[in-house]
Design a binder for this molecule. Structure first.
Ligand SMILES: C[S@@+](CC[C@H](N)C(=O)[O-])C[C@H]1O[C@@H](n2cnc3c(N)ncnc32)[C@H](O)[C@@H]1O
Length: 289
C-alpha cells in the first residue's frame, strides 16, 4: 500500500487506539506531573480568561481540559476532543462532575464544532500526529471565531530533548536502533512526537492552513521523574516516545535489560528527590483573521 498522508494519519489513529494509547492512559498520573510546567507555560502564553469558550485538541486523559475548565469558570466552557477511545475513557473518569467540560471522541481532521465558535483552540502535544497537518489545522480553524487564537505546545527537535536521547542511547546499547532512513526517501512529514521540531515547517503549515500571523517562543524546562526508585523510573521510561518504539516488539528480557541500562545512566541527573532531564518545547500562538 502506498505511504500517503491518509495512511500515515490512519496509522497514528490506530496507534493511539492500541498499545500506545493504553500506555499513555496507564501512565497518565506520572505524565501529568512531568508535563505540568508545559501546561503552565502554555496557559500563560494562551491567556484564557473566565467566560471563554475553549477547545482542547487531542485532550488526552483530561488533565489539561480540567485545568482549562477551572480557568474559564462556570460562565465559560471547554470541549476536549480526542481520537483515542481508551485515553478518552480516562478523561471521562477524571472529568465526571466538571459541569463546564464536555468530551468528544473525534478526529481533528474532520471534527465539526456545534454551537458558537471558540475563543481559543488549545493543545499540549496533541497536534503533531496529523497525516495532512494543513488540512487538519484548516479544519480546526473553522471552529475558531474571527480574531481567536490557536495556542499549542510541540516538542522541539529530538537533539534538544535529552529526556529522550539519554534513555534512548542507553536502551540502544541493548537493542540496536534501526538503520537511519534512506536519504532518498522523504521522511520530513512523518507525523509523530517530534514532527514539529522544525518551527519553520510549522509556520508554513499554519500559514497554508489560513492563519495570517503566528507568535512563537521556546520553553526550556526539566522533565522530572521520581529518584527514590531508579529501577521503577527507568522501567517507566522504556515506554516513552522513541524509547517505547525501539523496544515495542522486543522480549520482556530485552526490555528489562534496557531498563537496567537506563537506570545506570540516570544518577548524574538526580536533583534532590527527582531525576531532572533537560527538555525543550516550542510554544506557538496562531491568530485567526
Ligand atoms: C501526546 S498525547 C497528549 C495528550 C494531552 N494533550 C496532554 O498533554 O496530556 C497526544 C493526544 O493526541 C491525540 N490525537 C492524536 N491524533 C489525533 C487526531 N487526529 N485527532 C484528535 N486527537 C488526536 C491522541 O489520542 C493523544 O491523546
Amino acid at each position: 500500500m502506498p505511504d500517503t498522508a491518509a495512511t500515515r494519519h490512519a496509522r497514528q489513529i490506530e496507534a493511539w487506539n492500541g498499545l500506545m494509547g493504553a500506555q499513555w492512559a496507564a501512565s497518565e498520573a506520572r505524565t501529568e506531573r512531568a508535563l505540568a510546567p508545559v501546561l503552565e507555560a502554555l496557559l500563560a502564553y494562551a491567556g484564557p480568561s473566565p467566560g471563554q469558550r475553549v477547545v482542547d485538541v487531542g485532550c488526552g486523559a483530561g488533565g489539561t481540559t480540567q485545568r482549562l475548565a477551572n480557568t474559564v469558570g462556570p460562565a465559560g466552557e471547554v470541549t476536549g476532543i480526542d481520537v483515542s477511545a481508551v485515553i478518552l475513557n480516562a478523561a471521562r473518569a477524571r472529568l465526571a462532575g466538571t459541569e463546564n467540560a464536555r468530551l468528544e471522541l473525534a478526529d481533528a481532521l474532520t471534527w465539526q464544532r456545534t454551537g458558537a465558535p471558540a475563543d481559543l483552540l488549545f493543545s499540549r502535544f496533541g497536534v503533531m500526529f496529523f497525516g495532512d497537518p494543513v488540512a487538519a489545522f484548516a479544519n480546526l480553524r473553522q471552529s475558531l471565531k474571527p480574531g481567536g487564537r490557536f495556542a499549542f505546545a510541540a516538542w522541539a527537535a529530538l537533539a534538544d530533548n535529552p529526556w529522550i536521547t539519554v534513555p534512548l542511547a542507553a536502551a540502544a546499547t541493548v537493542v540496536p536502533p534501526p538503520p537511519p532512513p534512506d536519504p532518498d526517501e522523504p521522511h520530513g512529514d512523518e507525523p509523530g512526537q517530534f514532527a514539529f521540531g522544525n518551527p519553520a515547517r510549522v509556520l508554513r503549515i499554519l500559514h497554508d492552513a489560513g492563519f495570517p500571523a503566528v507568535d512563537l517562543r521556546a520553553f526550556d524546562f526539566a522533565m522530572r521523574f521520581p529518584a527514590d526508585d531508579l529501577a521503577q523510573t527507568a522501567a517507566g521510561m522504556t515506554t516513552m516516545g522513541n524509547v517505547g518504539r525501539l523496544l515495542r516488539d522486543r522480549s520482556e528480557a530485552e526490555r528489562a535489560q534496557a531498563a537496567e541500562a537506563i537506570a545506570a545512566v540516570l544518577p548524574p541527573y538526580i536533583q534532590g528527590n527527582r531525576v531532572a532531564l533537560p527538555a525543550r518545547v516550542w510554544l506557538f500562538k496562531a491568530h485567526n483573521a
